[in-house]
Design a protein around this ligand. Structure first.
Ligand SMILES: Cc1cc2nc3c(=O)[nH]c(=O)nc-3n(C[C@H](O)[C@H](O)[C@H](O)COP(=O)(O)O)c2cc1C
Length: 196
């Protein structure tokens, strides 16, 4: 599988990993080496966070993880069942309260998103792809996975080696090959004053 697979058509030169990261639907069933999984988490580990709290947690299961994997798969909504093909299924959680004083950490989900972004950006260099999903049984995740209530689910993520997109059902093939689009910078980056 050649890289980059679907590079972002950027307007200015940016970091290579940002150009190369994307969210495919075709995943290979090939197992991901534990060393690569560890490297991806190492990238997440070095994300910044409010008070250096590091509120991120990740629970993942590979295809070799039996019951644990089946529990993870059972949380996928119908529209995301394609993700079962991926070697790794993972759910991110943010710790709602600070370790040191038990107070609410209002930046927990923010910091979780940042760490997950770091993780996602590490994947292309490992020859891996990732696809985040909101489409999972968020309310059931803690109970089914045995995660304490102090941890709020963020996103689910499929991670693995790229698969053969020609084997996807037509509607997913269409999404897989759709043009990558973004809002222009002027729609979200404002200098000086907020636009009227
Ligand atoms: C928090 C989050 C939730 C998402 N949920 C889904 C989902 O449930 N199903 C899906 O197919 N894609 C999902 N996506 C993928 C987005 O659709 C994708 O990131 C976006 O279209 C931009 O495409 P790109 O990641 O290839 O640049 C999600 C992405 C994020 C970050």
């Amino acid at each position: 599988m050649s890289y980059p697979q679907k590079p972002a058509p950027t307007q200015l030169p940016i970091l290579r990993s940002v150009v190369e990261r994307w969210s495919p639907y075709a995943f290979s069933a090939k197992p991901v080496e534990q060393q690569k999984i560890d490297i991806a988490f190492e990238a997440a580990r070095w994300a910044p966070s409010s008070f250096n709290e590091q509120p991120w947690r990740y629970l993942y299961a590979t295809k070799e993880d039996g019951e644990d994997r089946l529990k993870m798969e059972s949380l996928l909504l119908q529209g995301n069942k394609w993700a079962k093909e991926a070697s790794i299924l993972m759910i991110s959680f943010a710790k709602r309260t600070f370790e040191r004083n038990g107070k609410e950490n209002v930046h927990a989900l923010h910091d979780l998103g940042c760490a997950t972004g770091f993780l996602a950006l590490q994947l292309p260099s490992l020859g891996l792809v990732g696809h985040q999903m909101a489409g999972f049984l968020r309310d059931a995740a803690n109970t089914i996975l045995g995660v304490p209530a102090d941890f709020i689910p963020g996103s689910m993520m499929a991670i693995g080696y790229p698969g053969d997109s020609t084997l996807l059902p037509p509607e997913l093939q269409e999404r897989e090959t759709a043009e990558r689009v973004r809002n222009p910078k002027r729609a979200f980056a404002f200098r000086g004053t907020w636009p009227k």
